[in-house]
Design a protein around this ligand. Structure first.
Ligand code: BEZ
Length: 400
């Protein structure tokens, strides 16, 4: 997909057509200031394409709710399809940072792509909001004042799932099967940290390269090991295929499958009955049933004619965080220090529940245990309250 430039006018048309019911701002702080340039670098093709679309939808909804402006200023969008392809990431982010000279980069989904982006935005000092990718280094060894994450670290939901299973006496040994790249590896580490604390052991670690979905041989191996449970990190189209293959291999009713919530979020329609009953941990669930979440879900469904998922929430929260910070600096986006200081003070009133950035700029948040029932990832309970990042990542972040 080529870069696309979207004027606010286009967005208003699009969102109105989608029934967003937009209100223009009550108070325009600066009629003459230049438009704020927003660079979206997300996957719009490949296995993570629906995640990129949901993030953009959520972001645009938050923007619409602030009258289509940020800090009183109009905005314009610049878009790059990153294809979840780390080898193209440096060129892609440079299109936004060097060529288009955007004020803010919002991206991305894939941890490997995000790691390459960070190297560029850290160097240039461009404001960078990560609306999904959980790569630990973003808020660990590579942390920087201008980089904030509105989603999770890969370690967080993994750790929570491990802590939940550790409490179950019937689950003493687990096989892990995940994509072999930063997200899978770090999710696995989180799971191991939580699970081994409670005395559980990992019977076997199985890996498959991203975005490969040929699971058959690995499923045969799982059947022969016969663990008490399987922990898996997959997401998007790959997760739907894995859930179907796991059920088709006859494992679903014999060996419980668990994972971080990406395994079942946004894929329930594609996975069909094979997802039913699967338990996962995540910072969002489909029926939190708070007023805040219900309002968000109704607005999202009205605007886009579909239900939101965790990725939509993360995009929305990215918009909320940016809007709140720019409001408090009256749209002065060039004063990056002031914008970051403002972001650090914001409590995001998110559909997932209120959260704030840690010192390393990762959300500190409740992680929920959920279970797939019908078309929803239903809330079961709080798995871990106010969870910060992996202590090793926190220690590695030297914010200067
Ligand atoms: C990641 O690469 O960090 C990631 C991708 C999809 C879902 C969750 C994490």
């Amino acid at each position: 997909m080529k870069n696309k430039r979207f004027e606010r006018r286009d967005f208003l048309k699009g969102a109105a057509a989608a029934g967003a019911g937009l209100a223009l701002p009550g108070r325009v702080l600066s009629q003459t200031a230049a438009k704020i340039k927003l660079g979206l670098m997300l996957p719009y093709t490949g296995t993570y394409a629906p995640l990129g679309v949901a993030i953009e939808n959520g972001f645009r909804l938050a923007l619409a709710e602030s009258g289509g402006r940020l800090g009183g200023r109009e905005v314009e969008f610049y878009k790059v399809d990153d294809e979840s392809e780390p080898a193209k990431a440096t060129d892609n982010v440079n299109r936004l940072v060097t060529r288009d000279k955007v004020d803010v980069v919002i991206g991305t989904v894939h941890s490997g792509v995000a790691a390459a982006m960070i190297r560029v935005t850290k160097e240039s000092g461009t404001l960078h909001i990560i609306p999904n990718a959980g790569v630990g280094a973003a808020t660990g060894a590579l942390c920087a004042p201008n980089i904030v994450r509105t989603s999770f670290s890969n370690w967080q939901p993994g750790y929570a799932m491990g802590a939940v299973l550790a409490q179950r006496k019937s689950v003493r040994n687990v096989v892990t099967l995940t994509w072999r790249y930063a997200a899978g590896e770090e999710s696995m580490k989180g799971f191991k940290d939580g699970y081994s604390k409670g005395g559980g052991t990992i019977a076997k670690e199985l890996w498959i390269p991203f975005p490969n979905v040929e699971f058959q041989a690995l499923l045969t191996e799982i059947a022969s090991v016969k663990p008490d449970a399987v922990y898996s990190f997959f997401a998007g189209g790959g997760a739907a295929k894995f859930l179907r293959d796991y059920a088709q291999a006859g494992l679903k009713d014999k060996i419980p499958l668990v994972g971080p919530g990406f395994l079942t979020d946004g894929v329930l329609e594609a996975a069909g009955p094979s997802a039913q009953g699967i338990e996962t941990c995540l910072h969002y669930a489909d029926n939190l049933n708070t007023r805040r979440d219900n309002d968000f879900r109704a607005a999202y469904a009205k605007a886009y004619r579909m239900q939101p998922d965790v990725y939509a929430v993360q995009g929305y929260d990215s918009g909320l965080l940016l809007a709140a910070a720019l409001k408090s600096v009256n749209g002065s986006i060039d004063d990056r220090k002031a914008v970051v200081a403002a972001m650090e003070k914001v409590t995001v009133d998110s559909p997932r529940g209120r959260w704030r950035l840690s010192k390393a700029h990762n959300p500190v948040q409740d992680i929920y245990l959920r279970k797939v029932v019908g078309t929803e990832n239903k809330y079961v309970g709080v798995a871990v309250k106010a969870l910060d990042d992996d202590p090793a990542s926190i220690a590695a972040c030297k914010m200067s």
